[in-house]
Write a protein that binds this ligand. Sequence first.
Ligand SMILES: Nc1ncnc2c1ncn2[C@@H]1O[C@H](COP(=O)(O)OP(=O)(O)OP(=O)(O)O)[C@@H](O)[C@H]1O
Length: 278
Amino acid sequence: MKRENAGRGRLHREEPATPVGGVFIKFSHVKKRFGPKIIYTDLDLEIRRGETTTVLGASGSGKSVMLKMLIGLLRADSGKITFDGKEIQDLAERNMHDVRRKIAYLFQGAALFDSLSVGENVAYGLREQFWDSMTDDEIRERVAQSLAAVGLPGIEEMRPSDLSGGMKKRVGLARTLALQPEVLLYDEPTTGLDPINTARINHLINGIKKAFSITSIVVTHDMGTAFSVSDRLVMLGKGGVLMAGSMDDFRNTKEPYVRDFIDGKAPETEDVSSLLAS
Ligand SMILES: Nc1ncnc2c1ncn2[C@@H]1O[C@H](COP(=O)(O)OP(=O)(O)OP(=O)(O)O)[C@@H](O)[C@H]1O
């Protein structure tokens, strides 16, 4: 049932308490292990509101674990995680919903439903989340705005099977944007794209930040993306943050491990014959 003016307040969420540029998300002394496997011994990390923070790190360094602790899919063993000034590490599952609603996760290879039109795909999350507060007209309008925001206006009637890989990624982004999140988590947003489509997505990440003052966290192995979209970069490893800084700090770093990661070089000490044998 759709009520014409019901729940309007939910369409225009309250402004966050944190001012733009203030610390919106903070991990303090977070520890996390899985049995004997230690992931974090002391994770300290700040994400500022309205900025794009790119998280770098070797496979297995704990990037996904960090994001999952933020949305409460995994619990920290100890330490503090704050979101918009509130401690969330010990919140009960039902209270995590509020946090999760404000954070949208753009999954790697986020699949569209082939049986639905593009417009229905973008509307899907809205119908789930706002079934009692948005009218069909409002949903249509939000879908149109979201598709326009990713540079694909008017393609509501198309089918996902008619879209290129780059367009599918942008429709996935439109579906996420339609929910008007406060934080957008991009997980490997440019994986598998050619250089032109990669540049398009990088451009969109920057455009969306400006247009919606969204706080973005980008997890990527693509240094081109990292150096196109970031206000700050954070490199994870050795149980915490190995380095945090601006794009210039990272471009000019001489720290050997970070340098090799940026330049895509295996450490010189690595034994290639054992890698080939494994
Ligand atoms: N639920 C879990 N139970 C046990 N081990 C886990 C669990 N989740 C993650 N891990 C382990 O934690 C480590 C960090 O995993 P994570 O997925 O965060 O790495 P990542 O940095 O995101 O890697 P990639 O770049 O390959 O995606 C890995 O060794 C992984 O096997």
